[in-house]
Design a protein around this ligand. Structure first.
Ligand code: ADP
Ligand code: GN1
Ligand code: MG
Length: 359
């Protein structure tokens, strides 16, 4: 995508000022993100090409984001920094379509920073506050949301996809993955039993973020206090436990998501405590008994799901996640499985910490 094309797309949105530069930001697994700077005195913007294979209904996704952010804006002290601001296109739509690609824009939040890893307990605590607050601000949001990715954190749906992927064996990799496949199969029943509690309503449905890794939180550059949750593409109705679990998967990992040295990868229980403390400070009074009971387990659940998703994508010939080298998804599978094992070993301690924080 050259600069001229990017400028044409950015100019189709209702921006203020003249465009000075458009530069790629980070390397997301799913979308392509650019920062658009403009002439002095005007805001800067985030321009994003939304992955149309992952999000077939970009219009529905943008409707979700606009509704949820409008709801939050009405409640927070600083509406331009405490949530995303969607910038509509000049034709009034919330996205621009060009050559089969879908683009969306939001305000760049100045004086913010994000992290790829949680490098202090304070940061983990703040991240927990961020997601706890996000869920609390949306507790009274009643408009139905579009299900933009079917069965996103629904392990029954994931197992259906898994069974199909194994049967199809598109990349002829199943035969060499006996051990890894057993990691998934040996936990099938435990994970489905948990999900039955969601299906039967024992665990309630709420408005959730669904992608709560640390890079999807903005922190104040000056104070490192949380500003808001970003990357709202996956906002949907689900269990709040998924948001907690996905954050635990990300914040507590002492290694990288794709670490090739498994000795680096473990769950840091102090990070777990710090994140849980921040989260509960915002959510404790509104959680049900069942949510409290299963809070620690949610870390294992989402990490297991991530092992399944990375492995399934590898089996499928790497169609979902962007990869940097041919075995990338397999490396991610092994690294996330190591994290899952570490969580399983420390599960009793995780449960005790939740009980202690609540007493
Ligand atoms: P991806 O889907 O690729 O993960 P994100 O929406 O998470 O895309 O954006 C990638 C990164 O860009 C974030 O981690 C953050 O550093 C930065 N970013 C995204 N939106 C904003 C924003 N509105 N203001 C400031 N920085 C942002
Ligand atoms: C993707 O878009 P990004 O990089 O924040 C993925 C998450 C995974 C994550 C793994 C829509 O998140 O579900 O947990 O990668 N998002 C989607 O790092 O599938
Ligand atoms: Mg992101």
């Amino acid at each position: 995508m050259n600069n001229q094309q990017l400028t044409a797309i950015a100019s189709a949105f209702a921006i203020q000022g003249d465009i000075l530069s458009i530069k790629q930001l980070g390397e997301g697994f799913i979308n392509d993100t650019y920062i658009v700077t403009t002439t002095d005195g005007n805001p800067n913007y985030i321009l994003q090409r939304k992955n149309h294979n992952v999000f077939p209904d970009v219009a529905g996704m943008m409707d979700n984001i606009a509704a949820v952010t409008a709801h939050i804006k009405a409640k927070v002290a600083d509406p331009l920094r405490h949530t995303l601001t969607v910038i509509p296109a000049l034709d009034g739509k919330l996205y621009v379509e060009r050559d089969g690609n879908f683009w969306a824009m939001c305000l760049f939040i100045e004086g913010s920073k994000s992290y790829e890893r949680a490098d202090s307990l304070q940061l983990a605590y703040q991240g927990g506050v961020g997601i706890g607050r996000f869920q609390s601000l949306l507790a009274d949001f009643t408009t139905p949301l579009n299900e933009t990715i079917k069965g996103f954190h629904n392990i029954r749906h994931r197992f259906n996809q898994w069974d199909e992927a194994i049967a199809a064996d598109r990349a002829s990799r199943v035969a060499e993955l006996t051990e890894e496949i057993e990691w998934i199969e040996s936990r099938r029943k435990t994970m489905l039993d948990f999900w039955s509690l969601v299906e039967s309503g024992v665990i309630p449905m709420r408005v959730t973020h669904n992608d709560t890794k640390i890079s999807n939180i903005l922190f104040d550059e000056a104070t490192d206090r949380v500003l808001c949750a970003i990357d709202l593409d996956t906002v949907m109705t689900s269990t709040s436990l998924n948001d907690f679990g996905d954050a635990i998967r990300s914040y507590t990992n002492t290694g990288a998501e794709d670490d090739t040295d498994l000795d680096n990868v473990n769950m840091n229980i102090d990070m777990f405590r710090a994140y849980a403390e921040g989260y509960l400070s915002e959510r404790q009074s509104t959680m049900t008994e069942s949510e409290i009971e299963w809070l620690a387990f949610s870390g294992l659940y989402i990490t297991f799901e991530q092992v399944l998703r990375f492995l399934m994508d590898y089996i499928d010939g790497d169609r979902y996640y962007k990869i940097a080298y041919p075995t990338h998804n397999l490396v991610r599978t092994h690294a996330q499985y190591k994290l899952l094992r570490s969580m399983e070993e420390q599960y009793d301690d995780m449960r005790r910490i939740v009980v202690n924080l609540l007493s």
